[in-house]
Design a protein around this ligand. Structure first.
Ligand SMILES: C[S@@+](CC[C@H](N)C(=O)[O-])C[C@H]1O[C@@H](n2cnc3c(N)ncnc32)[C@H](O)[C@@H]1O
Length: 495
């Protein structure tokens, strides 16, 4: 199916019980592929299309888990993470026209601009950004080898060996995983919680009784609520610890909406029998119909979707207002800290609901969590015991001592990038000639570094105001200006 030709897909959609309002069309937008467009003026709260639940592709709707047997399915760990859905998508594809989803599967992209598919040289361009540690390629390959392949080999009746090279390779596994990462939704099996009791409509104007917003899948999606929007981290293959929490599903047509920071004008809502894409604002004829991917930072957009947002920022520059810089908690550890004691404090911090990554946003505010963590890591043994006894993390007060450490932490974070912001800005001025991946990486780096440099400037200003602009502030404790990574101390990632 050619990229812009959605007629076969729409035929399948309609003949399978879906309905598409006459106000909605699909077209190809330069640089962002297919997307939906308003063919007429659309009012807020209008149902744009309705998708019967039977059209969703998930481990619930595919016949494969039943054919394998649920006990065997679970024993093979197909019910955790996305490996089961990936296998269903592979198997449905292998069924050709025999699959209920063949027209849908044919319409999905097989190539992605996401870093999962970049060369090592290209990945170098992302060094220092939060993308690299989250790719999860090794975990994906482990799932493929240790979970999927043994199951395939044990059921030649369902997976004839001669079909393996065409449908069940590692590279196809990555393609299916990337399709899920960039297009899936979490669809609750029944009505959303609370919908019945309070007749809750969707957040944004859909007033029909019993509706609720369909969440993003754990790692992705086109339509999110606040909770899911903050679900950073992890990777699509290695979500091994938990059972699949709800129905991660491929949702035909809903996954053809593009997104752009702050532009959402439609959202997916679900009911018992179907899902509905509903306008959340009035949309003028000719305008794009945007879903939201959660107004993610460019690092996450690139990792999950393979694109970045470039919009005018309040500073006049172009960038993504949702950009952030992630600061690993390890950077706040005093250089001379005892590693066992530090580990105990960080473990306690995590137990108290802290995270092992502190997020700096574009408002350049010093995150209270960073101040609290810095203070926690510098408590005397007696103070530490008291904090534990009282079950209270230190208050996030930003005194000169803490600010000095914040400055050192930010400087250390800056060292993770091989190039400076100034160097990157020179390259950015001439970025049109760069290959797409290098350009995307550059935009991610610049977005992060602008925040980092802005925050550093702010901290230096605050220190100066506190009478310590030259770094010779008075300190209560040991030297802290060079806070660094504690060599042997590891923190763990939550969730
Ligand atoms: C859910 S799909 C949307 C439909 C997709 N454009 C298609 O052709 O099928 C998500 C993908 O659309 C593209 N996309 C969405 N929004 C975009 C944007 N603002 N700029 C560039 N590409 C975008 C990215 O390739 C992303 O992985």
């Amino acid at each position: 199916m050619a990229e812009g030709d959605v007629s076969e897909l729409l035929n399948w959609f309609r003949t399978s019980g879906g309905s598409l309002d006459a106000s909605v069309g699909f077209t190809v937008f330069p640089g962002s592929g297919r997307g939906a467009v308003a063919l007429t003026d659309i009012s807020e709260g209008h149902v744009l299309f309705t998708i019967p639940r039977s059209l969703l592709l998930s481990t619930e709707t595919s016949a494969l888990p039943g054919r394998i047997g649920i006990e065997r399915w679970r024993a093979a760990q197909m019910h955790t993470g996305w490996v089961g859905l990936i296998l269903c998508m592979m198997w449905e594809t292998s069924q050709g026209p025999g699959s209920s989803w063949s027209k849908y599967l044919e319409s999905l992209p097989a190539m992605f601009d996401t870093p999962m598919f970049w060369s090592d040289l290209e990945l170098e361009e992302l060094k220092g950004t939060s993308v690299v540690g989250k790719l999860g390629k090794a975990d994906a390959e482990r799932d493929f080898t240790e979970k999927l392949m043994p199951l395939l080999q044990s059921r030649p009746d369902l997976f004839p060996p001669e079909t393996i090279p065409a449908y069940y390779t590692l590279s196809i596994y990555h393609v299916m995983g990337s399709r899920i990462l960039s297009r899936s939704f979490d669809v609750e099996k029944d009505e959303p919680e609370g919908a019945e009791e309070d007749g809750a409509a969707g957040e944004d104007g859909a007033e029909e009784e019993g509706e609720g917003p369909a969440n993003t899948s754990l790692e992705s999606a086109m339509d999110v609520d606040g909770e899911a929007a903050s679900a950073h981290g992890g990777d699509y293959e290695s979500d091994d610890d938990e059972d699949e929490p709800s129905g991660v599903s491929m949702v035909p047509l809903a996954d053809m909406l593009n997104a752009q920071y702050g532009s959402e004008n439609a959202k997916l809502f679900y009911e018992k029998g179907d899902l509905r894409m509903v306008s959340t604002k009035a949309i003028k004829a000719g305008e794009q119909i945007w879903n939201t991917y959660g107004d993610l930072p460019n690092a996450e957009l690139l990792r999950r979707y393979g694109h970045v947002d470039l919009l005018p920022l309040p500073t006049g520059a172009l960038g993504n207002p949702g950009d952030v810089v992630e600061i690993p908690a390890d950077l706040a550890v005093p250089p001379d800290a005892d590693s066992d004691a530090t580990k105990a404090r960080i473990d306690w911090w995590l137990e108290q609901g802290g995270d092992d990554v502190v997020v700096l946003e574009s408002d350049l505010e010093i995150p209270p969590a960073l101040a609290a963590l810095i203070r926690l890591l510098r408590l005397s043994p007696a103070e530490w015991e008291k904090a534990v006894a009282k079950d209270k993390v230190p208050k996030p007060a930003l005194d000169a001592e803490v600010l000095g450490v914040v400055r050192a932490v930010l400087q250390r974070r800056r060292e993770a990038y091989p190039t400076s912001l100034a160097e990157d800005l020179v390259r950015l001025a001439d970025a049109d000639g760069l290959p797409l991946n290098a350009r995307h990486a550059l935009i991610v780096r610049v977005g992060e570094k602008r925040i980092l440099e802005g925050a550093l400037e702010r901290v230096v200003g605050l220190l100066a105001a506190a009478g310590d602009g030259d770094g010779k502030r008075k300190r209560k404790g040991r030297g802290e200006d060079d806070a660094g990574r504690a060599g042997t101390t590891k923190t763990r990632r939550r969730g």
